[in-house]
Ligand binder design. Structure first.
Ligand SMILES: Cc1cc2nc3c(=O)[nH]c(=O)nc-3n(C[C@H](O)[C@H](O)[C@H](O)COP(=O)(O)OP(=O)(O)OC[C@H]3O[C@@H](n4cnc5c(N)ncnc54)[C@H](O)[C@@H]3O)c2cc1C
Length: 401
């Protein structure tokens, strides 16, 4: 067994998951050496990008210098992980350096696959083709919503897992609300949701409310439709019917505004590594978050191969589990702490209205507040708009919650 001092924890990725874990480890285990591998010099608060797209949040408030959020005492290796050698307890960096660990936590996030849609990379950020899934596109989304004067506004969701499953709809409801406030009615416009999924929301309690919201805004829904190509200058989007009975039918749709949620998947460095599960995510026990083959490797956040809704809220509950289980493994005992699949999605249904969905692995509601959270509320909007960003920068990233 290693002495306390000798333990080196390597964290791959300095996003929401990596930084909150690093900060918590500095508090709980100050004697451990924590090394964080992260190539970017910026850290983003992504949950606010829907509000930026909605036109009521300053995008500059969603980014900070990475050096400012890395907790003191954590060693920052400003480089990218390009490979894993778990049998040797090493990660390989782009510089060629091999970094040794006693325990590794992989927190590399999810990969946005813009280029899986033909013609999309060329037209993103132009021709009224926008997305709240990137920092540099969120403000353009607000501009497209402001400039919309009628016609067809299409909002897409892919048939892959995504981070924040509610985000493709949140921006649609915010847009619909903005259009209504400007006096646009069904005579002037169609708002349409083109989704690769099969339903609006997986938890029935919240879905009921969202179906009413969809009706209120007159939104048309199309399920099992995958966005395959975009012609920005021609204002055309091509969708494929991916339902078993659809026989691959293709639909060419005109648009005046197209909001795209890109297909998403595991980072390539993970899927091409021995750590990957059969779908390419970091393999992990769904309760302990421990890798099934290498006991000193853990998965955290969006890159973890868990049957979970990928959110920062989920990470808040995963981090303490990983901390406890790291301690167990490094002291030679089996991991005991368990994550129950908690996730939360604050679904903005308009400016000033929000449904706070919270649920677990079994899609059972797991609500924080002593009232029915499936109702649209201003108080929950205020939580998202004013309180959660503050908690993120001041409490979550500092390992205090
Ligand atoms: C539009 C939008 C709205 C959202 N809304 C909400 C919400 O309301 N509530 C909520 O809880 N969550 C929300 N989320 C989801 C939340 O932001 C993510 O779940 C969370 O950021 C995931 O954290 P992570 O650390 O796993 O990944 P990320 O935060 O994406 O961080 C991954 C990090 O890994 C780094 N990295 C990548 N490759 C390498 C490499 N090879 N080597 C080293 N480092 C690497 C990246 O630079 C990055 O810093 C939203 C996300 C979006 C995009």
């Amino acid at each position: 067994m290693l002495s306390k001092k000798e333990k080196t924890i390597v964290i791959a990725g300095g996003g929401n998951a990596g930084i909150s874990l690093a900060a918590r480890l500095r508090r709980t285990h100050p004697h451990w050496r924590v090394r964080l591998v992260e190539p970017s010099d910026k850290h983003y608060y992504q949950p606010a990008w829907t509000m930026v797209g909605g036109g009521f949040y300053d995008v500059r408030k969603t980014v900070r210098e990475m050096e400012k959020v890395i907790p003191s005492g954590v060693e920052w290796l400003k480089d990218a992980v390009v490979g894993f050698l778990p049998e040797k307890n090493h990660v390989i960096l782009a510089s060629g350096e091999k970094v040794y660990y006693d325990a590794l936590v992989v927190a590399l996030g999810i990969r946005l696959m813009w280029d899986a849609v033909k013609g999309l990379p060329e037209t993103l950020g132009k021709n009224q083709v926008c997305s709240v899934y990137e920092f540099h596109l969120a403000a353009y989304t607000a501009e497209c919503i402001r400039q919309f004067r009628g016609g067809r506004a299409l909002f897409t969701a892919p048939d892959t897992p995504v981070k924040c499953g509610g985000a493709p709809q949140k921006i649609m409801y915010l847009a619909a609300d903005a259009f209504q406030r400007r006096g646009l009615t069904a005579q002037h416009m169609n708002i349409e949701f083109w989704s690769g999924g099969t339903r609006v929301f997986a938890v029935e309690k919240y879905e009921k409310t969202l179906l009413r919201v969809i009706q209120r805004y007159g939104i048309q829904t199309h399920f099992r439709r995958r966005l395959e190509a975009v012609d920005g200058p021609g204002k055309k989007a091509v969708f494929r019917d991916i339902s078993p009975e659809g026989e691959g039918r293709v639909f060419e749709e005109s648009f005046d505004l197209l909001h795209v949620t890109p297909p998403q998947g595991p980072p390539q460095v993970v899927s091409s590594s021995p750590l990957a599960d059969e779908k390419g995510w970091v393999a992990a026990d769904k309760y302990t978050l421990q890798h099934p083959r290498w006991s000193n490797v853990f998965a955290l956040g969006d890159c973890a191969g868990l049957p979970v809704s990928r959110t920062g809220a989920a990470i808040r509950k995963q981090v303490p589990v990983v901390v406890q289980n790291l301690e167990a493994v490094l002291s030679g005992t089996p991991p005991q702490a368990r994550y129950n699949g908690y996730s939360s999605c604050p679904i903005l249904t308009g400016k000033g209205r929000l449904v706070l969905a919270e649920f677990d692995y079994d899609l059972k509601p797991l609500e924080t507040f002593p009232f029915d959270q499936s109702k649209e509320r201003w108080s929950m909007f205020a939580l998202k708009r004013y309180i959660l960003p503050w908690l993120y920068w001041n409490k979550i990233l500092t390992g205090k919650m």
